[in-house]
Design a protein around this ligand. Structure first.
Ligand code: MRU
Length: 324
């Protein structure tokens, strides 16, 4: 299941806000289209937003000839969302593909390279992570780190897909992932399409589900992973990891190297805060009283001591993490 199509030089993305009820494709023709699609979460998931930004900027290289204006557009595109490092990384790769000129051919080639690398990375993450999962496992995942968050296969879901291909029976529990519901809307959708046995639970049910012994492994994706393994991922990940530790359940994180940020310190990472409306309203209907405040962070921080292993396209890393 691919959330992005490249056809005759055109870039089309699946509008993830409408899933699972509608499959609507939207065309990306410029950096501005990419910015809007990323900011409004038409596309989401760290690897996918990097790829969409790369193509959007490349398409702008067709129209803009002035280098400083082009760089300015690239820098602006990086601000569409602040947390997933893939966005900044992909824009920089396209900007650096041609020095002192705006070169559409080179920019497009670089964007395509990023696309193909992410496709390969996802497959390799699947192969590297697969041996960690046994026939009969029931695995909990949070948010959507599947095909819809990448170019295909996914990061966290890739090892589960490979395990299934190899004939292992893997059941999945997906958290609904309030407030944007990536788990309820996207993870269950793509896994059910692939024939997985999927159970949806409320985010608040993780503790009891683990206590009852229903889960024996957890795997999640990441928006940014720091040098020491500190993992920044969808809000709620830290709670899931803390509970997994409490119940001695292995907690895995899967990501491509494009999600690694070996330079930043944890205090440098900007945790995106999204509009209050996302938690004040459900399907356009206000559910909270007026006159109150909201705090709506989109991501949280899981310290390395809660992580059993980190899977990338290069292999499986165990603590103390060292990605070099
Ligand atoms: O806000 P989102 O939907 O972009 O957040 C996505 C996540 O947090 C995913 O877990 C992460 O990007 C990994 S995607 C392979």
């Amino acid at each position: 299941m691919r959330p992005i199509k490249i056809e005759n030089g055109e870039v089309w993305v699946l509008d993830q806000r409408l899933l699972p009820t509608r499959e609507k494709w939207t065309k990306i023709s410029s950096a501005e289209d990419a910015y809007n699609a990323i900011k409004t979460m038409v596309v989401r998931g760290a690897p996918l937003i990097g790829v969409v930004a790369a193509y959007g900027l490349a398409l702008t290289a067709k129209k803009v000839k002035d280098v400083s204006e082009y760089i300015k557009i690239g820098e602006w595109l990086k601000t569409a969302r602040p947390t997933a490092i893939n966005l900044m990384w992909a824009v920089d790769r396209v900007l650096n593909s041609s020095k002192d000129e705006v070169n559409f051919v080179k920019a497009w080639e670089e964007a395509s390279k990023i696309f193909n690398e992410e496709l390969e990375n996802a497959k390799k993450i699947g192969e590297n992570g697969e041996p960690l999962f046994k026939d009969g496992d029931t695995v909990l995942t949070h948010c959507n780190a599947g095909a819809l968050a990448t170019v295909d296969y996914g990061t966290a879901l890739a090892p589960l897909r490979v395990a299934k291909e190899k004939g292992k029976k893997i059941k999945v529990f997906a958290t609904e992932t309030r407030p944007v519901m990536q788990g309820a809307r996207l993870t269950t959708y793509e896994l059910a399409k692939d024939g997985f046995d999927v159970t949806l639970i409320a985010d608040t049910a993780v503790g009891l589900t683990m206590m009852k012994g229903y889960i024996n492994k957890v795997i999640v994706g990441a928006d940014r992973v720091l040098k020491d393994g500190t993992t920044i991922n969808k809000i709620g990940t830290f709670q899931v990891a803390t509970l997994a530790k409490r119940f001695n359940i292995p907690f895995y994180v899967a990501l491509p190297s494009s999600t690694l940020d070996l330079k930043s310190k944890v205090e440098d990472v900007v945790i995106e805060e999204r509009p209050s409306e996302e938690i004040f309203y459900i399907k356009g209907k206000r559910i909270a009283p007026r006159g109150i405040k909201a705090f709506n962070p989109a991501f949280d921080i899981t310290p390395p001591e809660l992580i059993t292993a980190i899977i990338t396209e290069k292999g499986v890393y165990y603590p103390p993490f060292n990605f070099t």
